[in-house]
Every structure is written in structure tokens, then in C-alpha cells.
Ligand binder design. Structure first.
Ligand code: NA7
Length: 564
């Protein structure tokens, strides 16, 4: 018989006893099993808030975190220049007005150390650390149908059971280092930006190769160039990058934000991307060429994501999009002195905004430095890494250090790294072999009581992550509360609802220009990964309404099991 939901310490005790009985007959009975109401995997933005929320609900919770500290993405990505591309006052928690008032953001776009300090402050302020086990990687999450519990094993030998399992493992947390032949033979240092050494790296006097020109490469290259003897950038595909126009926040701005946080958060929640952008409702085709140019210049001066909101149809109409793309290409041409280098840096194979747009500080200007050179590895592919450098089809480059800014196995990588088995022993990786299948991006059929924070099929990486994370955490918390009130022991997505949601996610994506790019949104950066558009393009505000409607209708599309 399924265990009951706990209502307090006595109930936890009863559950632990019940689990002990259960485990005697289960396959994993050899090692003592500790029981928690909930296990959360990851202690980044999602995991910290999930823990806070579950504690508020009175659930015994254990968080497992692979890193030696909290912070998730901001714990690992310590490369020089690492910075968030969402504005700091929007990229922060809204659940605590006191936290909002006491924390002081210093710049428009927060640097990695500042965000990490913030998350450590949150962990301390809300006394979260006592339920977080660091340096612990979850190896498997296996559903036991007889007990209706998840059995979780870690690389530290933990073996625990939990009614609820919540993955907060990050969408961009599994680094992708391509299997370059000869990589192991390299005598210099090799770094991946997503696993940067905590003590930092001194590139002074070094010849550094950087592979990758996505958001990360575009941030790290200008910083390394300031220090290294020479930087050789190996670029396979040029990306569009927009100026950040980063700057310190003024005392007046800080005060104004603090006075208006509730309103700011509300606008963020109702917006398309999770933060406030001034949208122009006009089509780029409705105006004259001069008006278009004027508008483009206006938004370029503001910088950041605002540039893509210059006209209403940049994301859906190829002609409008091409006007914008031409404008950015012209800006690259104006900035980069060497015309051949400028030409190589101009993106040409995808509409602007269909790959994650990059936001930079001095990226294109960096190519005017004497100590920076650009190699096009599209026409002259990397053939091997040698003991002393890198060899392409046409040339050999002597290097002392190699930086791989080669991205992540996005959205599904962290999930597939664990053995996640649902009903009938089904492996999540197998269920999703042709692409992820979720209902609302938060649950998948056959895996009861397993929640995925910002999973595929939710706005997730297409939005300001903190807004999407808070929405998911609160939705999951409300769902758990509902289950308690309605004596439910399990919730599971129905296959029909999941099928309909997957169809809807695809339909909305296909309405846009997104599928035209070989992006990590589609898994195109990982050889062999199915080409399926993973995040939900329908917008944060609309998605929130949909999730709320589902909840208001008693979790429509989900199957809830009661225990009486
Ligand atoms: P991205 O955006 O996936 O960029 C990875 C870069 O690495 C990109 O330029 C790739 O070129 C390049 N790459 C990957 N594999 C290779 C090989 N084998 N040879 C040459 N070049 C290669 O990752 P980021 O870390 O920059 O950004 C990820 C997200 O984090 C970002 O979008 C923000 O949301 C935060 P390609 O384009 O595949 O030709």
C-alpha cells in the first residue's frame, strides 16, 4: 500500500518505519534506506528555492549537489568575463521582499562572482545549508511501484527513498567537450569554460587557443585577450552578438527598483521572456527604410535583448528578420577593421535570434587587437590536437593553453547522466530517445511524483530563468499542497495530455523562425542527439496562465491517486 503523505514529525517517523518494512521486501534492501518526503537534485537557483518552499510545506527534504558549494551554473562557470545576460534586478528571487530590499546589485548585468555571492547569501539567510549535501552526485533515481517511492543512490554511497523527486539539475550544466583526436596528447593546459578552475588561470605570456564563439566564447575571448601573449579563436559558426551596454547601477536606479519591486515582478511574470522589454508592436515591413534604420539605431544604443524587440515580427517573419540581421552585419563591418576578419565574423547561416543571441562587451573590437587572430574552422576543420597545439586541414597552430567554450548538452544532458527509471523500469533516456516528451515541461508520463524544474517543454532557457524557476517551484509546491489536502499519494502526467502538449510545443515553435537554426535548443550541437525543439516558445506569461488553469481544474491532464 502506498505510504501516506506526512503531516508532521510523527508522520515522518511512521513513514520511516513503513519504509523500513517496505525495503525489507524490496530489491535494494541490503543497505539501510533513509527516507525523506522529497529529494531535490541540484542546489542552484532552482534547488535552493525548491528546498525553501518544501520546508515551508513541512516536508523533510534532502538536496544533493555535485559541487562543493551552492550556486549551480554560477558555481561552475567561473571563466573570466562570465556574466548574466538578463539584467540583475530581474535575474533574482522575488519570493522574499526582505531579500529584495537588503540585497544590492551593483551593475546592470551581474558578474558571476556577484551572483554566486547572492546565492550563498540566500543559502545562509534562509538557513538552507543544513539540508544540502554537497560534493554528492546522484547516480540513479528509480521508482519503486510497490511502495510508490523513488529510490535514490549517490556516488557517496547514499541510498535514500523519497515520495517526491525533483530535478533541479540545470539546463546548461553538462559540459560538452568534443572528442577532438589527440586531445589527451596536448602538453599544455586544457580548460572547459563550464568547469573553470576555482583558483583562476593566469594566461600572461601564453599562446591561447579558444574553440567556440557562442555566448561563452564571446564573453571569455575579450578577457583572455587582455592578458595572453596571443589568442587564436577557432570559429566554426559566427553568432550574432549585441552590445550589453553594461554599466554600474546608479543610486537613483537602485532606489527606484526597490520602491517598485512588486510591480516590476508582476510585469516580468506576465511578459513573454520573463523580464520587461519595451515592445514595438509595429512590423518591420510597415515602415520606410529610413524609419527602420532609425529604430534599429535606437535599440542598438540601448543594447541587450531590447534590440530583438525593435519590431514585432523579427522572430516570425524572415524578411523583417533579414533587415535586422543586415543591420547587425553592417555594425560588425563598421567595428572590425580588417574586412576579411569582419566578413568571417558576420553570421550568415541562421536568422538572427534563432540561436541564443549573445550579449557582449567589446567582443568585435577585440579582433582589432594585434594579439588576436581568427581561424575559420568551417572551411578548414580541426583535424587534431597535437602535443604542442592544434592542427586544422590547412595549418598548425602552436599553443600553450586550449580553452573549450564548446557549450553544453542542453536540457536533457543532466537528466540522462542519471539512471532515471519510472514505472516498469522504463529508462527516461529510452522514453525520450526521439526527443523529450513532457506535459507542461514539468512531468513526464510513467514517472509519478517526479518533477522537472524548467524541463523541456517549458519556457525555461528562452526566458529569464529566475522567473521561470520561481513559477515552476511554486507550481510544484502548490501541487504537493493540493495532494496533501486531497489525500493523494501520486500524480502522473496522462499520456494523452503529454502528447497534446508535445504537439503544441512543436506547433508554436514551427510558427517561428527558431527551427531554422542548428542550435542547442534543437540538440543540434551534440552529435546523434535527436533534432527536436526543446523549450516552449509560447511565452512566460501565457505559459503561467496555462499551468494555473490546469491546476485550477484539479490538475487536468494528470492522474492523481488517492490513498483511501
Ligand atoms: P554554445 O552556444 O553551444 O556555443 C558553443 C560553441 O562551440 C559554438 O561556437 C560551437 O560552434 C563551438 N563548437 C562546439 N563544438 C565544436 C567543434 N567540434 N569544433 C569547433 N567548434 C565547436 O555554448 P556556450 O557555452 O557559448 O553558451 C551556452 C549557453 O549558456 C548560452 O546560450 C547562454 O544561454 C548561456 P557551432 O555553432 O556548433 O558551429
Amino acid at each position: 500500500m502506498p505510504l501516506l503523505f506526512n503531516d508532521g514529525p510523527d508522520a515522518i517517523e511512521r513513514q520511516n518505519e513503513a519504509v523500513s518494512e517496505e525495503q525489507r521486501s524490496s530489491e535494494i534492501s541490503a543497505t539501510p534506506v533513509k527516507h525523506f518526503d522529497a529529494v531535490v537534485i541540484g542546489a542552484g537557483f532552482s534547488g535552493l528555492y525548491m528546498l525553501y518552499r518544501l520546508r515551508e510545506l513541512g516536508l523533510s527534504t534532502r538536496v544533493y549537489e555535485a559541487g562543493a558549494g551552492v550556486g549551480g551554473t554560477w558555481y561552475w562557470n567561473r571563466y573570466p568575463g562570465a556574466r548574466c545576460d538578463s539584467p540583475s534586478v530581474h535575474y533574482s528571487y522575488s519570493f522574499s521582499p526582505e531579500l529584495e530590499q537588503e540585497w544590492e546589485w551593483t551593475e546592470k548585468y551581474p558578474r558571476q562572482p556577484e551572483i554566486l555571492r547572492y546565492l550563498n547569501h540566500v543559502a545562509d539567510r534562509f538557513d538552507l545549508r543544513r539540508d544540502i549535501q554537497l560534493n554528492t552526485r546522484v547516480l540513479s533515481i528509480i521508482y519503486n511501484e510497490a511502495s510508490n517511492l523513488w529510490m535514490i543512490k549517490t556516488d557517496q554511497g547514499d541510498q535514500v527513498s523519497a515520495r517526491y523527486c525533483i530535478t533541479a539539475a540545470g539546463c546548461l550544466s553538462t559540459p560538452n567537450t568534443p572528442k577532438f583526436p589527440g586531445l589527451a596528447s596536448f602538453q599544455g593546459q586544457v580548460y572547459h569554460t563550464g568547469q573553470w578552475p576555482h583558483e583562476g588561470v593566469d594566461f600572461t605570456g601564453k599562446r591561447v587557443g579558444v574553440i567556440g564563439t557562442g555566448s561563452t566564447g564571446i564573453q571569455v575571448i575579450p578577457q583572455i585577450a587582455k592578458q595572453a601573449a596571443h589568442v587564436t579563436v577557432f570559429q566554426r559558426t559566427p553568432n550574432y552578438s549585441l552590445p550589453a551596454r553594461n554599466r554600474p547601477l546608479t543610486p537613483e536606479e537602485k532606489a527606484s527598483v526597490k520602491a517598485n519591486y512588486p510591480q516590476l515582478r508582476q510585469t516580468d511574470r506576465e511578459s513573454a521572456a520573463g523580464f520587461t522589454i519595451t515592445r514595438n508592436e509595429q512590423s518591420a515591413l510597415e515602415v520606410t527604410a529610413e524609419e527602420r534604420q532609425k529604430k534599429f539605431e535606437e535599440v542598438w544604443a540601448i543594447g541587450g535583448f531590447q534590440v530583438l524587440a525593435s519590431f514585432s515580427d523579427i522572430g516570425i517573419n524572415l524578411e523583417s528578420n533579414t533587415y535586422m540581421a543586415d543591420f547587425v552585419r553592417a555594425k560588425i563591418g563598421e567595428t572590425v577593421h580588417n574586412p576579411e576578419v569582419a566578413r568571417l565574423l558576420m553570421p550568415h547561416d541562421h536568422p538572427i535570434g534563432t540561436k541564443r543571441i549573445c550579449i557582449d562587451t567589446g567582443y568585435y573590437e577585440t579582433y582589432n587587437r594585434e594579439n588576436v587572430s581568427l581561424v575559420d574552422v568551417r572551411t578548414s576543420p580541426i583535424e587534431e590536437i597535437t602535443p604542442t597545439g592544434l592542427r586544422t586541414k590547412d595549418a598548425e597552430y602552436e599553443l600553450d593553453a586550449l580553452v573549450c567554450a564548446t557549450g553544453f548538452d542542453a536540457m536533457t544532458g543532466a537528466l540522462f547522466n542519471m539512471e532515471i527509471r519510472g514505472k516498469n523500469g522504463q529508462l527516461l533516456k529510452e522514453k525520450w530517445a526521439d526527443g523529450p516528451r513532457t506535459y507542461l515541461g514539468v512531468m513526464t508520463a510513467g514517472f509519478p511524483n517526479l518533477f522537472i524544474i524548467t524541463g523541456p517543454g517549458s519556457p525555461s532557457v528562452l526566458s529569464n530563468m529566475t522567473v521561470s524557476i520561481e513559477q515552476h517551484v511554486e507550481w510544484i509546491g502548490d501541487c504537493v499542497q493540493y495532494m496533501r489536502e486531497h489525500h493523494c499519494s501520486s500524480i502522473e502526467a496522462e499520456v494523452a495530455a503529454e502528447d497534446a502538449w508535445v504537439a503544441h510545443v512543436n506547433e508554436v515553435a514551427n510558427f517561428t523562425l527558431f527551427p531554422r537554426a542548428n542550435s542547442w535548443y534543437l540538440g543540434a550541437n551534440i552529435p546523434g542527439k535527436p533534432r527536436v525543439f526543446m523549450p516552449y516558445v509560447g511565452g512566460v506569461g501565457n505559459y503561467r496562465i496555462k499551468c494555473q488553469e490546469v491546476a485550477d481544474k484539479g490538475y487536468e491532464g494528470f492522474c492523481l491517486m488517492t490513498y483511501d
